[in-house]
Design a protein around this ligand. Structure first.
Ligand code: ZN
Length: 162
């Protein structure tokens, strides 16, 4: 695993509005973490375009714990895609909140690696860190590497006015 290398130009473009809505949902869910899946598309292999932060509630979430339920996530994704007439849209990754200004944890990186190894595709992760009125957004992109590894790069978050 390589870490934190921004030189490859990994980027995650996010719609301002969807990022703002996710921030509001994350605040409302506090003191529990909230997360879900990122919907959008890829431009090349190192730029993810995110148009929606689809929340997937976890009833067992805690102050520093969020586990994304796979079957519920798939159901919500299918329902969302059925409601939109845009063939570009699909799963691009995962997001969750942190209730402190903390970047993705070791556990977050391991989980991202596991998803990349299983799917054999690049996967994005966004962490929305909120602490009172302060907030920070962190991005990672995991790439599959032969034979069954994953490389994790830090990704710049680029905001798109939507
Ligand atoms: Zn985390």
């Amino acid at each position: 695993m390589t870490t934190g290398d921004l030189s490859r130009g990994a980027a995650i473009r996010v719609g301002e509005d969807s990022l703002a809505v996710a921030g509001i949902l994350a605040h409302k869910a506090s003191p529990h973490e909230l997360g879900g899946i990122l919907v959008g598309w890829w431009e090349g292999s190192s730029t993810a375009v995110v148009v929606e932060f689809l929340p997937v509630p976890d009833h067992a979430a805690g102050r520093s714990r969020y586990e994304r339920r796979h079957s519920l996530a798939q159901e919500q994704l299918n329902a969302y895609l059925a409601s939109r007439d845009d063939s570009r849209l699909g799963y691009v990754g995962e997001w969750h909140s942190h209730l402190a200004l903390q970047p993705p944890s070791r556990a977050d990186r391991s989980e991202l690696e596991a998803i990349v190894r299983l799917s054999r595709k690049q996967v994005a992760l966004i962490v929305l860190a909120i602490d009172g009125r302060a907030n920070s957004t962190y991005g990672l992109i995991g790439h599959p590497r032969w034979p069954r590894r994953a490389a994790i790069d830090g990704a710049v978050i680029e905001r798109m006015s939507s």
